[in-house]
Design a protein around this ligand. Structure first.
Ligand SMILES: C[S@@+](CC[C@H](N)C(=O)[O-])C[C@H]1O[C@@H](n2cnc3c(N)ncnc32)[C@H](O)[C@@H]1O
Length: 267
């Protein structure tokens, strides 16, 4: 095992560099956010702002938030929409297998920006879902490798239209490789619309290969006070710095995507 299930639930609180609180997971031996980038700043700068600045003016958006964790990406999305007065309806699906963590979040000391979202935080923590006229949020409790493909196949298909935005924000490929493999990205691609945007903090060669092998074009994204991140989309995005993956493959012929079978064999 790459991570230690016996330590599930064991976490420590960290004050990140922008003053917002995050946790350190003893199970995965990793923090939920980059302490240097700051939890709220990372969420806004690496995920929410890039995704919404590439918005194609759709009146409604479907978002996959991988994985819920402390819910910063989901909550920062709602905060951003409200603070920018965006006239958009949003449906968010977010897998998470740590049910006890989600249940504990009604007592988590979130940054002041999330204070207006308190009734939503409480509903999500208690019922794993929330709905009003503008926002619909479903936390999919269970293993993301099972719940994500089920979004398309379940008889009561939860997903009626394809996904517009994916926040790929799992623990790192080193400690949670099953959420970064070629097969995982194939499941994600199957859910995405042809102009979907996937945001991720991982710029590793294996991450890029896994996305590229599933038909994603790749781009770098730079935001102030945050490390460089990646934006993937089935379509090339002219306004961003495109990564020529064919050239990268010539220069680094040993670069490989992570594969389910290699990880399963090593466990
Ligand atoms: C880096 S944290 C996510 C941080 C989150 N985006 C936030 O803003 O707080 C990764 C989360 O993935 C969850 N996780 C890890 N493997 C999973 C899996 N196979 N299925 C569902 N959740 C998983 C962990 O319990 C953890 O809460």
């Amino acid at each position: 095992m790459l991570y230690d299930e016996a330590l599930r639930g064991q976490k420590e609180t960290i004050v990140s560099d922008d003053g917002s609180l995050t946790l350190y997971s003893k199970e995965f031996n990793e923090s939920y956010h980059s302490p240097k980038d700051g939890a709220l700043r990372e969420s806004l700068n690496k995920h929410v702002i890039p995704a919404f600045s590439l918005d194609r003016g759709k009146p409604s958006l479907r978002i996959l938030d991988i994985c819920y964790g402390l819910g910063y990406n989901t909550l920062a999305t709602l905060h951003y929409i409200q603070s920018q007065n965006l006239d958009v309806k949003v449906e968010i699906f977010s897998p998470e297998f740590d049910e006890a963590l989600v249940q504990s979040l009604k007592d988590f000391a979130y940054p002041a920006e999330f204070e207006p979202l308190r009734p939503i935080i409480e509903a999500l923590s208690t019922n794993f879902s929330y709905e009003d006229e503008q926002f619909k949020i479903t936390i999919l409790i269970g293993d993301a490798r099972k719940t994500i493909p089920q979004l398309l196949t379940a008889p009561s298909s939860l997903l009626t239209e394809k996904i517009d935005i994916v926040y790929q924000d799992a623990f790192s490929p080193k400690v949670n490789p099953l959420l970064w493999t070629r097969e995982w990205f194939a499941d994600i691609r199957a859910l995405c619309s042809d102009d979907a945007v996937l945001t991720t903090y991982s710029t590793a060669a294996a991450t890029r290969m896994g996305l590229y092998e599933n038909g994603f074009e790749l781009h770098y994204y730079d935001a102030p006070n945050t490390r460089r991140s990646l934006i993937a989309s089935p379509k090339k995005i002219e306004s961003l710095e495109w990564i020529d993956m064919e050239l990268k493959k010539v220069r680094n012929p040993g670069a490989k995507s992570l594969r389910d079978r290699d990880i399963e064999l090593s466990e």
